[in-house]
Ligand binder design. Structure first.
Ligand SMILES: [Zn+2]
Length: 110
């Protein structure tokens, strides 16, 4: 079981890089929390491609106000554990094919 992540529009420039507040989860992966209406809406999953450039995908949290604001439903991940973060299912990058899990606050390659 896997779900595809895609970069948010603002993260599609070639100079893109994780924000200063990003959290290193290992294996060249950095996550950055996004807040909406006072709670975590999800994380951006930053990861390095084979050429060394950063790639990024948006990972919405199921059940968050942001996710619930979409009446037709959107792709979202279950927050199995908040801290350290565990998400389900796995994350498959639509842009570069990077595939793995966030488990116990660490990146686990699929
Ligand atoms: Zn990617």
């Amino acid at each position: 079981m896997e779900q595809e992540v895609a970069p948010p529009p603002e993260a599609r420039s070639p100079e893109m890089a994780p924000p200063p507040g990003g959290i290193d989860i290992g294996s060249d992966h950095v996550i950055a929390y996004a807040e909406w209406q006072g709670e975590a809406a999800g994380v951006t999953d930053w990861h390095r491609k084979a050429d060394g450039a950063w790639c990024c995908g948006w990972v919405a949290f199921r059940g968050a106000k942001w996710e619930k604001s979409f009446t037709q439903g959107i792709t979202a991940w279950d927050v199995v554990q908040r801290d350290p973060l565990t998400l389900s299912p796995s994350l498959l990058c639509r842009s570069c094919g990077d595939h793995g899990f966030i488990q116990n606050g660490r990146w686990v390659k699929a």
